[in-house]
Design a binder for this molecule. Structure first.
Ligand SMILES: NC(=O)C1=CN([C@@H]2O[C@H](COP(=O)(O)OP(=O)(O)OC[C@H]3O[C@@H](n4cnc5c(N)ncnc54)[C@H](OP(=O)(O)O)[C@@H]3O)[C@@H](O)[C@H]2O)C=CC1
Ligand SMILES: O=C(O)[C@@H]1CCC=N1
Length: 280
């Protein structure tokens, strides 16, 4: 179903590249039917073209009317300018898919004529290797065909969940930002490994595989995380000693607060972006 679709990415940064990479690796879409543009960084566009064989274009030259899907992948601060730019260039039947954190369907909808098809998406950068967990919420005018198109597209980058928009902030805190928490954890694992004489590369490999193994256990086994933890923890053993320090240094609380804070920031971005001048 994606073969004949024309897709344009507005924004060519980390998230756009991760999605483009995942989509192209999946092989359902010919690379040259993906058009990518950005604000001004031509070197970046050339780099993506060389790497993925996609079509790159100055945004002034994009034939917007020919596009089936427009992916908005700029920072929240640039969303308003971009929405202003495209509002008169797209028709309601075209699907606008935004991956911008915190930008609500209502806010987006306020730029367009009634009936515009909109989908709000939250992927993560594991899209690069088709391992994102991605959520999406649909606007009031989005039809079944567009939902199927979006699902097919997002399945190229991993697993997809349709969720109510009110859950987007917490989803963002957990899954959109989540990879960063693991990279942060890895940075600390490497630090202590090196201090204890291990090579950084070895430490990185064993820690990443350990995390992958634990993640697979949670997916494949019926045990809860708490039961799995207990199975690792011998009385008065090494794990109990490690968990004691985690508790003592506020590990659980830190994880809880990290996710809460990210979700709060997502909500805050939404309120910062309230549209002031609706002129249609
Ligand atoms: N990174 C992540 O892990 C995730 C990011 N997101 C969301 O994705 C969005 C992009 O994030 P990320 O890729 O990290 O950001 P980057 O800063 O890496 O990329 C932003 C891109 O937007 C382009 N841009 C800015 N203004 C416009 C415009 N008016 N028209 C077209 N392109 C424009 C920039 O162009 P130029 O370089 O020329 O200025 C750049 O290519 C954000 O809204 C973020 O919330 C969502 C999930 C995860
Ligand atoms: O940090 C951000 O705002 C974006 C959204 C989720 C991940 N990165």
């Amino acid at each position: 179903m994606l073969q004949s679709k024309k897709i344009a990415f507005l924004g060519a940064g980390s998230m756009a590249e991760a999605m483009i990479s995942g989509i192209i690796n999946k092989g359902d879409i010919p690379p040259n039917t993906i058009t990518v543009t950005n604000k001004s960084n031509l070197n970046r566009l050339n780099h993506l073209q060389t790497k993925y064989d996609i079509t790159i274009m100055d945004k002034e030259h994009i034939p917007f009317e020919e596009m089936d899907v427009l992916v908005l992948a700029m920072k929240p601060k640039d969303a308003e300018t971009a929405l202003h730019y495209i509002r008169d260039k797209v028709a309601p039947h075209q699907l606008i898919l935004s991956v911008i954190a915190g930008i609500s369907l209502d806010y987006m909808g306020s730029f367009f004529k009634e009936g515009q098809q909109l989908i709000r998406v939250m992927p993560n950068t594991s899209a690069m290797i088709s391992e994102s967990v991605t959520a999406f919420s649909t606007g009031s005018y989005t039809n079944d065909e567009s939902i199927l198109t979006a699902e097919a597209l997002l399945k190229c980058i991993g697993d997809v969940y349709q969720i109510p928009e009110e859950h987007m902030d917490i989803f963002t805190g957990i899954a959109g930002s989540g990879p960063a928490y693991f990279y942060y954890l890895m940075e600390h694992i490497e630090e202590v490994a090196i201090e204890n004489g291990l090579d950084r590369e070895i430490a990185r490999e064993i820690a990443a595989k350990m995390i992958q193994g634990a993640a697979k256990m949670m997916i494949q086994q019926e045990d809860t995380p708490s039961q799995l933890r207990q199975k690792v923890t011998s009385p008065n053993g090494t794990t109990a000693a490690g968990l004691k320090a985690l508790e003592q240094y506020g590990g659980g609380k830190a994880i809880f607060e990290a996710i809460q804070n990210a979700a709060r920031r997502s909500k805050e971005i939404s309120s910062e972006l309230q549209r002031k001048d609706v002129i249609l």
